[in-house]
Ligand binder design. Structure first.
Ligand SMILES: C[S@@+](CC[C@H](N)C(=O)[O-])C[C@H]1O[C@@H](n2cnc3c(N)ncnc32)[C@H](O)[C@@H]1O
Length: 364
């Protein structure tokens, strides 16, 4: 069985369990489906105010690792898409936040989850929600059609994460936001873990390293990728999860201590009019032209901030010899050159302006 089919079967069963207990017993919430439920049921992440009015079955079916609708800072009237919406909890929370003038789509590939989500919608009588059947690697929505893409503990399950990020970028409107809760790795994990299908469907083995996630977002065209831990799993949490897999797996718990986290992953699609991305461009070469004065130091600091904000790798060189500076034909220092082109001279642009200069280079 391939990994995607294993994921579909596992979450199909989880949906049936949630239907069987209908939120009225504790069996649905106590079964440990993935690492995110170690030590705490997923629905406990939400504030009581978020889940008021949401059917008990949707709450009990919650299998996420965060609260992406809160992370996204949704506004009235916005259109939101939840990738891998499961029983629908984040779609319902989003629908309430965007109000009747907005809309929340949920996308899932598992029939049993979609049936559960639609039944939950019927019971809750929420109108501004639509559940779609499909794969997150091939989103059934047009280009530039949503303001925000959210997701809760799903991207780690995909076998083609680059394609998911490209699809999220495609469906977002210019200036749109990517606000996702996901399991992310923050240290090397044993290769035995990576190859285990049960650990993949339990949201561990398929998780990306932090830097890999950011690089994937930039490669897809996003800017300002940021990843913040919301919970770092300790050996005891990992052991609880691994005990559902078997004795051999439990032995790996110590090696995973502090290396797996639930994280808030954010990025933005550049606004219209600006350069679209630095996608496909080699690492920019930035040169700070000046003899080491205080303003040169400020320019270096601003440049480093701009580079960090974009989440890109860049080579920053200080050109301090007068003879070398003169080759750039500037009359006043400090100067800033990107990929050999002079972008400013005799002044210190702020990080936001340098960011635009970098995007201009990347988008040309
Ligand atoms: C861990 S559960 C999370 C569900 C929901 N986001 C929540 O927080 O309760 C993962 C969900 O993603 C769906 N899923 C996993 N991989 C998918 C893919 N490639 N395309 C569409 N749905 C997927 C599964 O069917 C399941 O409903």
């Amino acid at each position: 069985m391939d990994v995607e089919e294993a994921v579909r079967q596992k979450y199909g069963k989880a949906a049936l369990r949630a239907v069987a207990c209908d939120g009225g017993c504790s069996c649905g919430s106590n079964v440990l489906t993935g690492i995110a439920q170690a030590g705490r049921a997923s629905h406990e992440i939400y504030d009581a105010g978020d889940t008021t009015g949401i059917p008990a079955a949707a709450i009990a079916a919650s299998l996420g690792c965060g609260n992406p609708a809160a992370l996204a800072q949704l506004k009235e009237g916005e259109t939101v898409l939840d990738l891998g919406s499961g029983g629908g909890i984040d779609v319902f929370v989003s629908a309430r936040r965007v109000g009747p003038g907005g809309k929340a789509y949920g996308l899932d590939m598992t029939d049993e989850m979609l049936a559960l989500a639609c039944e939950n919608q019927r019971q809750a009588g929420i109108d501004n929600v639509e559940f779609l059947k499909g794969r997150i690697e091939s989103i059934p929505l047009p280009d530039s059609s949503v303001d925000v893409v959210i997701s809760n503990c799903v991207l780690n399950l995909s076998t083609d994460k680059s394609q998911v990020l490209r699809e999220a970028f495609r469906v977002l409107k210019p200036g749109g936001r990517f606000a996702v809760s996901d399991v992310v790795l923050c240290g090397e994990i044993p290769s035995l873990v990576c190859g285990n299908p049960q650990l993949w469907t339990g949201c561990l083995a398929g998780a990306m390293q932090e830097e890999e996630y950011k690089a994937g977002l930039i490669e897809a065209g996003f800017v300002e990728p940021a990843i913040e831990p919301t919970r770092i799993f300790q050996a005891s949490d990992v052991r609880e999860f691994l005990s559902t897999v078997g004795e051999d797996a439990i032995a790996l718990a110590g090696e995973l201590d502090g290396k797996v986290m639930s994280a808030a992953v954010r990025a933005a699609k550049p606004a219209a009019g600006g350069a679209t991305s630095m996608k496909g461009h080699a690492m920019p070469k930035i040169q700070i032209l000046g003899t080491g004065c205080a303003r040169c130091k400020q320019l270096t600091a601003n440049t480093e901030k701009a580079v960090q904000g974009l989440g890109i790798q860049a080579e920053i060189e200080k050109v301090t010899e007068i003879k070398e500076i003169l080759k750039f034909q500037i009359l006043m220092t400090p100067g800033l050159a990107i990929n050999g082109k002079v972008k400013s001279a005799g002044r210190v642009p702020d990080p936001a302006e340098i960011r635009e200069m970098l995007l201009e280079e990347g988008g040309n």
